[in-house]
Design a binder for this molecule. Structure first.
Ligand SMILES: *[C@@H]1O[C@H](CO)[C@@H](O)[C@H](O)[C@H]1NC(C)=O
Ligand SMILES: *[C@@H]1O[C@H](CO)[C@@H](O)[C@H](O)[C@H]1NC(C)=O
Ligand SMILES: *[C@@H]1O[C@H](CO)[C@@H](O)[C@H](O)[C@H]1NC(C)=O
Ligand SMILES: *[C@@H]1O[C@H](CO)[C@@H](O)[C@H](O)[C@H]1NC(C)=O
Ligand SMILES: *[C@@H]1O[C@H](CO)[C@@H](O)[C@H](O)[C@H]1NC(C)=O
Ligand SMILES: *[C@@H]1O[C@H](CO)[C@@H](O)[C@H](O)[C@H]1NC(C)=O
Length: 457
C-alpha cells in the first residue's frame, strides 16, 4: 500500500443507467429498526437480532432465495417455527422482484440483513484498488435501490470477511470506502438511513482493530454498526471457557451496535448453550444478538439446521435443539444495559497485525459519484459480466496502467490467476474456523480508468 502514489479515478462506463429510482412497495406494518447509542431499537424497545443465515445452495449453486415465492413461503414457515426475527442473505439477484417474499417476511415479523455483494461484483482482496470501481458500485447501489423501500430491511453488509488475515488488513480502506459510499447513497437519494456495516472474519489478532477502524474518523466515514463471525463457543463450553467474556470486556465502551453475523461451532454436538449467554446481561450491554450459521445444510461444511431436497425440507437435530433454546431464553427486561452515548473510536495504530496508517480513504470513483445524484438504475442480477473481469468494458490501457500504478506485485488483472472465492474461503476456514461459504472474490479485471492526482494510504 505504501507504494500507491496515484488516485485512480474510473471513467464513466459506456452503459447509461437512466432508469428513475422506483420506491418499492413497503412492508409497512413492520417497524423499521433504528440505532441508538450502541444498540438497535424497534420504536422505544431494544431490539436483539435472533437470526439465521439463509443461503440455500451456498456459493456453489447460487440462487436468490427471496426471488421465488414458492421457496420463500416454504422457508418462512420454518423461520416462524424456529422463533427467529432476522435472516441474513449473502447474495440476491438485484434485477428480480422481491415484493412478495419481503411482504411474507414482514407478515412473519422477520427482518433482512443483506450483503450487497455477488461473486461477480465485489472487492477483490488481492487487488482492492482495481476492484473498487464505478461498475462495482453501480451494482451495489442498485441493490440498495431495490431493497431500501422495505421497512423490514434491517441492515446492509458492505462486505464479508474481505480482511481474513493480518496480511490482508491493507484492504480495510477499501471496505471502509464502500461502506462510506453506501451510506452516502442512501442519504443523497433520500432513502431511509438503513444501517450499513461490515461483517468481519473470525480472526482474534485484528478483530478489535477492524472494529475501531470502521468506527474512527469523520461521521460520514464511520459505520452504523459492526459485526463479526465467531466460532469460538464449542459446546460443552461456557461464557469464560469460550472467551466470550473477553470479547465483552474488549468491546466495552465501543460506540456502535455489535452482533455476531455468523455463529454456531459444530465441532461437537451443538447444544446452543451460547444462546443463553448471548441474550443475557452478561452480554447485552455490548452485543445485540447474533445470526446462527446456517439454515440449510451443505454436506461439505455440515452447519445446517435443515436439509432441502426439492420442495421437501427436513429438520436436522440442531433445528429442534435451537428451537427449544430460543423458546426458553428471553431477552433481558428493560434496555439490557446498553450504552446510550455511543460515539467514535480512535483509529488503530499501524502494527504488525494492522497494516493501515491513519484514516485516509480512496475517493469515490468519479463516475460513481453521478449515481449519488441520478440514482444507480437497474441492477445486473447474478449474470452480469462482472466488475472484476472488465468484460464488455473499454479496458484500453487499463490493465497495464493499473499494474504499473499499484506496483504492489499482487495486482493481477488475470481473472484465472486470482483467488477463487469459495476455494480461498474454504482453505481459510480450515485454519481460522470461519466456515462461511460466502462468495467474496472471483476475478480481477478492471473497468477503464484514467489517472490523476496522488494520495497515500
Ligand atoms: C421456484 O422454486 C420452485 C421450487 O424449487 C421451483 O419448482 C420453481 O421452478 C421456481 N420458480 C422459478 C420461477 O424459478
Ligand atoms: C402485516 O399485515 C399482514 C396483512 O394484513 C398481516 O397478516 C400480518 O400479521 C401483519 N404483520 C404484523 C407484524 O403486524
Ligand atoms: C498472507 O499470508 C498467507 C499465509 O500466512 C500467505 O499464504 C499469503 O500468500 C500472504 N499474502 C500476502 C499478500 O502476502
Ligand atoms: C482482547 O484484546 C486483546 C488486546 O488487544 C487481544 O490480545 C485479545 O486477543 C483480545 N481477545 C479477544 C478474545 O478478542
Ligand atoms: C459509552 O460509550 C462511550 C462512547 O463510546 C464511551 O466513552 C463510554 O465509556 C461508554 N460507557 C460505558 C459504560 O461503556
Ligand atoms: C472457481 O469456482 C468456480 C465454481 O466452483 C469454478 O467454476 C471455477 O472454475 C473456479 N475458478 C478457478 C480459477 O479455480
Amino acid at each position: 500500500m505504501k507504494s500507491l502514489t496515484a488516485i485512480i479515478a474510473f471513467a464513466a462506463a459506456s452503459t447509461a443507467f437512466a432508469a428513475p429510482a422506483v420506491e418499492k412497495r413497503t412492508s409497512a406494518n413492520l417497524t423499521a429498526i433504528t440505532v441508538k447509542g450502541n444498540a438497535f431499537f424497534k420504536g422505544d424497545d431494544r431490539f436483539y437480532i435472533r437470526g439465521v443465515d439463509y443461503q440455500p445452495g451456498g456459493s456453489s449453486d447460487l440462487a436468490d432465495p427471496i426471488a421465488n415465492v414458492t421457496t420463500c413461503t416454504r422457508d418462512i414457515a420454518k423461520f416462524k417455527d424456529l422463533g427467529i426475527n432476522t435472516i441474513r442473505i449473502y447474495t440476491v439477484d438485484n434485477s428480480a422482484d422481491h415484493d412478495d417474499c419481503m411482504q411474507l417476511l414482514a407478515d412473519a415479523g422477520i427482518y433482512l440483513v443483506l450483503d450487497v455483494n455477488t461473486p461477480l461484483y465485489s472487492l477483490n482482496r488481492d487487488s482492492p484498488l482495481l476492484s473498487y470501481n464505478s461498475k462495482y458500485l453501480q451494482n451495489v447501489f442498485a441493490t440498495m435501490e431495490a431493497f431500501s423501500g422495505y421497512t423490514n430491511t434491517l441492515a446492509y453488509f458492505s462486505g464479508n470477511e474481505v480482511v481474513n488475515t493480518d496480511n490482508s488488513t491493507s484492504t480495510a480502506p477499501y471496505v471502509k470506502a464502500v461502506t462510506r459510499d453506501m451510506r452516502s447513497y442512501l442519504s443523497s437519494r433520500g432513502h431511509r438511513q438503513i444501517p450499513v456495516g461490515y461483517s468481519a472474519a473470525d480472526v482474534d489478532s485484528n478483530r478489535l482493530e477492524m472494529a475501531q477502524y470502521m468506527n474512527c474518523g469523520t461521521d460520514d466515514e464511520r459505520s452504523d454498526f459492526f459485526a463479526f463471525n465467531d466460532y469460538s463457543w464449542c459446546d460443552p463450553s461456557s461464557f469464560t471457557t469460550s472467551g466470550w467474556d473477553q470479547k465483552v470486556k474488549n468491546f466495552t465502551g465501543y460506540g456502535l451496535p455489535l452482533f455476531l453475523s455468523e455463529y454456531g461451532c459444530n465441532t461437537n454436538t451443538r447444544e446452543w448453550e451460547e444462546v443463553t449467554s448471548l441474550y443475557s446481561t452478561d452480554m447485552t450491554a455490548v452485543y445485540s444478538g447474533g445470526i446462527v450459521y446456517e439454515y440449510s445444510n451443505n454436506v461439505a461444511s455440515n452447519y445446517g439446521l435443515v436439509t432441502i431436497s426439492g420442495t421437501t425440507v427436513t429438520n436436522l437435530a440442531d433445528y429442534s435443539t435451537l428451537k427449544a433454546k430460543y423458546a426458553s431464553v428471553d431477552n433481558p427486561t428493560g434496555d439490557g444495559g446498553y450504552n446510550s452515548t455511543g460515539g467514535a473510536s480512535g483509529c488503530p495504530a499501524k502494527s504488525a497485525n494492522w497494516d493501515v496508517d491513519g484514516d485516509s480513504l480512496p475517493a469515490i470513483p468519479v463516475a460513481a459519484e453521478a449515481y449519488l445524484t441520478s440514482g444507480a438504475g437497474t441492477g445486473v442480477g447474478l449474470t452480469g459480466t462482472g466488475s472484476q473481469d472488465g468484460a464488455g468494458e473499454d479496458v484500453d490501457g487499463g490493465q497495464s496502467t493499473g499494474i504499473a500504478v499499484t506496483g504492489s506485485g499482487t495486482a493481477t488483472t488475470d481473472a484465472s490467476a486470482s483467488a477463487n472465492s469459495s476455494s480461498s474461503d474454504e482453505s481459510a476456514a480450515a485454519i481460522l474456523a470461519p466456515p462461511s461459504m460466502t462468495p467474496i472474490i472471483v476475478g480481477a479485471l478492471v473497468t477503464s480508468f484514467t489517472i490523476f492526482g496522488s494520495f497515500l494510504l
